[in-house]
Design a protein around this ligand. Structure first.
Ligand code: ADP
Length: 344
């Protein structure tokens, strides 16, 4: 269902003086670098009333979103939520049905090249070219971007130095993902767009990916990445957006999301038994948002004040509480809460 186009085919060398490089006027407005000190945040990504329809499917439904320079933004949502569609529009592969999406002030539909020149992309499920080594892939990205970098340095950074000479089609899934990241990092892009970047990585690889993302954020890059792996998002993002069925249902910092569900406490209760009545008793309590059973315990997300009430309610219902503890709601708990039960 993806466009047949190879996602790196747009990586064409940018000719000097063709009017699509960064002009002096852009420099003056602070668009030249994400790291430009500025009184006001510079908007890097701006979606207004953005919709995309595929036949009967509304893949994006009137999405409004801005991401500022230097932010690390996590785009979160279950499969089919519309994350890749948003990224496809951002890169100019797909035209919106309605609304606009611009990057660095350029409309993605009309000005795709100007957008891509400053963007490093890690596409979903990157498929390497036949017959080219890892090094040749990175070489290609370096030449396409017209920059002067040493492929060995880029490959070292993603842990592929010793495999540089091997055909990339022989790489494991995780190695392909590292290679795609290396290609995205070429040319110190102002914006990194990463579609499910930790797919196929082992925990070690995922941790290394997070380190690289932090380094990129530290040099001033704006990072926009989609994921359904909530821990990843929680570990690196300044702000997250939750997408469900094409609609952006929440956009906030993680602390902000927590506040908006009343402090976001998770109460974990070990009762002597769990039946429908037990869950109902907990859910009846004012301030309890959700109550689910997991391995014989009840997990309730609730406001801080509701904790004691929930325990009292159980007692009144004749349930003995063997043990209980409270935790801060994780992003995963909040996700369930915002999406009404759907796991990412
Ligand atoms: P996500 O990346 O969050 O998993 P997608 O953006 O891939 O979600 O998909 C959003 C919805 O749009 C899904 O229902 C998907 O089947 C549909 N969709 C995406 N691309 C196409 C396409 N080219 N043709 C038809 N339907 C599509």
């Amino acid at each position: 269902r993806r466009p047949a186009l190879n996602r790196y085919s747009w990586l064409q060398p940018v000719r000097p003086n063709d009017g699509i490089g960064v002009s002096d006027s852009e420099t003056a407005t602070g668009y030249s670098s994400a790291a430009t000190p500025s009184q006001h945040p510079v908007t890097v990504i701006s979606a207004t009333d953005l919709s995309k329809r595929y036949g009967d499917v509304l893949a994006l439904d009137r999405v409004d979103l801005t991401v500022d320079a230097g932010e690390t933004f996590g785009f979160l949502g279950p499969n089919g939520a519309g994350k890749s569609t948003f990224i496809d529009i951002l890169l100019g592969f797909v035209a919106p049905s309605d609304g606009t999406l611009s990057v660095f002030g350029h409309d993605c539909r009309d000005d795709g090249v100007a957008v891509r020149e400053r963007v490093g992309v890690l596409p979903e499920g990157y498929a390497p070219f036949d017959g080219l080594s890892g090094r040749q892939h990175v070489d290609y990205a370096i030449r396409s971007k017209g920059v002067d970098e040493n492929p060995a340095d880029v490959l070292s950074r993603v842990g592929l130095r010793d495999d540089a000479a091997r055909p990339a089609t022989d790489y494991s899934k995780g190695m392909r993902q590292r290679l795609a990241l290396a290609m995205a990092l070429v040319g110190e892009p102002d914006l990194l767009v990463l579609d499910e970047p930790t797919t196929g990585l082992d925990p070690n690889g995922a941790a290394e990916m997070r380190t690289i993302l932090r380094e990129e954020a530290d040099r001033g890059a704006t990072i926009f990445f989609s994921s359904h792996v909530l821990e990843q998002v929680e570990a690196v993002c300044d702000r997250v957006g939750i997408l469900q069925n094409g609609r952006l249902i929440a956009t906030d910092t993680i602390a902000g999301l927590r506040d908006s569900i009343g402090g976001g406490t998770k109460l974990v209760i070990a009762p002597d038994r769990v039946d429908d009545g037990t869950l109902d008793a907990v859910e009846r309590v004012d301030g309890v948002e959700t109550a689910v059973e997991r391995d014989g315990t009840i997990e309730a997300t609730c406001t801080n004040d509701a904790k004691m009430d929930a325990l009292v309610e159980l007692h009144d219902a004749g349930v003995e509480v063997v043990n209980f503890r409270t935790e801060e709601a994780s992003l995963e708990d909040m996700f369930v809460e915002f999406t009404g039960g759907e796991r990412a």
